[in-house]
Write a protein that binds this ligand. Structure first.
Ligand SMILES: NC(=O)c1ccc[n+]([C@@H]2O[C@H](COP(=O)([O-])OP(=O)(O)OC[C@H]3O[C@@H](n4cnc5c(N)ncnc54)[C@H](O)[C@@H]3O)[C@@H](O)[C@H]2O)c1
Length: 348
């Protein structure tokens, strides 16, 4: 049996704990080194998951130099994805990086180029794809039951849900608010089901109306420096399709309206994310079709995500969530911010 892949973790904060569970459960890989600029974060994570205290680093460049690694898992805040990804590729590692892939399309392009040059995989941790809802919808698309998708909308709103932990509201570390935290998940899901059509323009509104003042939330509004607490946009694609997206951390809506949902309408059938539903004509009727048991997946999306990354490396397969797909999502996110700031439609 080949030796387990040797993995280095960069960024040992909250989401890294979910990733560590995945690494722990994978028989073909092992986290052998951890890097975090915070000593309690790296030491606490190492202790919790049984990583040697002798393999902890403050600087990822030192880790990449001193430890022989096959892959790195990057769980740093958004603004610190690009630099360690490129350094890891230069050190000959495959890279799993948290979403959003970067904070600009140009950074994402540089990450893709570095991966290609190193002939290593870049996988973006879009965990929603590994859930049963997404897998169920994808099966209907693959079976040709949806046809050409020409219109859709995706929604993930929080009425009052600004994160009061971590660096989410800090512009320097995170660069964006709900667009990067939540919007990226539903956009990736919708685009994946649409087979990533080429985006042409975005017309969006971005708003900061509630999170920068005292409301029913625990974060410090004076530390709120990301540009938006709500965003809504319309994307036009080269194939004529349109998709609207709306996301928020703070908005005066009911929980019912805020509920995560994705609706995609095609020439043969329509999809709804939650519960996974296919709408199509059968026997002269329009039928809503919801499986009693959806597509089988593991109990934990993060575990399945890491399994997919490891399997792709071991089998020499393409990245399960390639940088090129994340680039399309990132171009749209760039477009949402640019359009919101300019107050008009922009090309992406
Ligand atoms: N997939 C999901 O559902 C999901 C959920 C939450 C967060 N995320 C993403 O994961 C990333 C991290 O989020 P989090 O909530 O874990 O943040 P966090 O603040 O809890 O953890 C980030 C860690 O990175 C460390 N760090 C910062 N700069 C570093 C550097 N240059 N080198 C090494 N370590 C560094 C910090 O000290 C911290 O321990 C973000 O990009 C976020 O968007 C994804």
């Amino acid at each position: 049996m080949p030796k387990p892949l040797r993995v280095g973790l960069i960024g040992a904060g909250s989401i890294a704990q979910a990733h560590m569970q995945g690494w722990q459960e994978n028989a073909h890989a092992q986290v052998v080194a951890i890097c975090d600029i915070s000593r309690p974060a790296r030491e606490g994570t190492a202790e919790r998951w049984g990583v040697s205290p002798g393999a902890l680093f403050e600087d990822y460049r030192k880790m990449l130099k001193q430890v022989e690694l096959d892959a790195v898992d990057i769980c740093t805040p958004n603004s610190y994805h690009r630099a360690p990804t490129i350094a890891a590729f230069r050190a000959g590692c495959h890279v799993l990086v948290e979403k959003p892939v970067a904070t600009s399309a140009s950074d994402c392009r540089r990450m893709i180029t570095a991966g290609k040059k190193a002939r290593r995989l870049l996988m973006v941790a879009q965990v929603m794809r590994f859930g049963s809802e997404g897998q169920t919808l994808r099966r209907w698309v693959d079976a040709g039951l949806v046809g050409d998708i020409y219109w859709g909308h995706c929604t993930l709103l929080r009425p009052r849900g600004v994160p009061a932990w971590g660096k989410f509201i800090d512009a320097e570390a995170s660069a964006g608010g709900p667009c990067y935290d939540l919007g990226v998940h539903i956009l990736d899901m919708a685009l994946w089901l649409m087979d990533f059509p080429e985006p042409v323009t975005v017309s969006a509104g971005t708003y900061l109306k509630l999170a920068n003042r005292r409301t029913l939330m625990k974060h410090n509004p004076r530390k709120y420096t990301v540009p938006e607490d709500m965003a809504a946009g319309l994307i036009r694609f080269k194939n004529g399709a349109t998709l609207s997206v709306q996301t928020s951390w703070a908005l005066n809506v009911t929980e019912e309206t805020a509920r995560r949902n994705i609706v995609l309408c095609g020439t043969k059938g329509g999809l709804q994310y939650s519960p996974p539903t296919l709408v199509n004509e059968q026997e002269g009727m329009l039928v809503n079709y919801t499986p009693q048991i959806g597509a089988p997946v593991g109990e934990n999306g993060f575990v399945d995500e890491i399994d997919a990354f490891v399997e792709a490396i071991r089998q020499g397969q393409p990245s399960p969530v390639p940088g090129e797909q994340a680039l399309i999502t990132q171009r749209i996110l760039d477009g949402i911010y640019a359009s919101g700031a300019a107050g008009r439609e922009v090309e992406v």
